[in-house]
Design a protein around this ligand. Structure first.
Ligand code: RB5
Length: 142
């Protein structure tokens, strides 16, 4: 189950992501927002971060205008490793190296074609399980 969250800046791109997940037959929970009316991104970042941290959802996708506010907020929640990605290399590396559990993107930065490729890369890349990466991830929370 994928947890989804966005603010008004990310709403349009999130509709593309939702359509894409449906085409892929992937299950998701949409934590809002639900329109382009101005809202506060921390509300939605926290909902998705808690859904992932509590194990209700395996991974999350967060979108705001830049991806920055929403990722800063999500990373305040223990157990969350939110990665702001604007390219597929970073999306692959953050899954393999950081076992990132939330993908953050900026809808005013990254176009929809690339964004959907980033989503696929993030969802399809497993964690490497390398000892050195496990050790470093543990050190994040210490
Ligand atoms: C909203 O205007 C904008 O500030 C927000 O989407 C995001 O970019 C914040 O980091």
């Amino acid at each position: 189950m994928i947890a989804l969250g966005c603010d008004h800046g990310g709403y349009g791109l999130m509709q593309d992501v939702i359509k894409h997940l449906e085409e892929r037959g992937m299950e998701y929970k949409n934590y809002g927002c639900y329109s382009e009316e101005s809202v506060d991104y921390p509300v939605y970042a926290k909902k998705v971060a808690h859904a992932v941290a509590d194990g209700e959802c395996e991974r999350g996708i967060l979108i705001c205008g830049t991806g920055i506010g929403i990722s800063i907020t999500a990373n305040k929640v223990p157990g969350i490793r939110a990665a702001l990605c604007g390219d597929c290399f970073s999306a692959q590396a953050t899954r393999e190296h950081n076992d990132a559990n939330i993908l953050a993107m900026g809808a005013r930065v990254t176009g929809p074609g690339l964004a959907l490729k980033i989503v696929d890369t993030f969802l399809d890349t497993p964690f490497s399980n390398d000892e050195r990466h496990i050790r470093r991830i543990k050190m994040i929370e210490e």
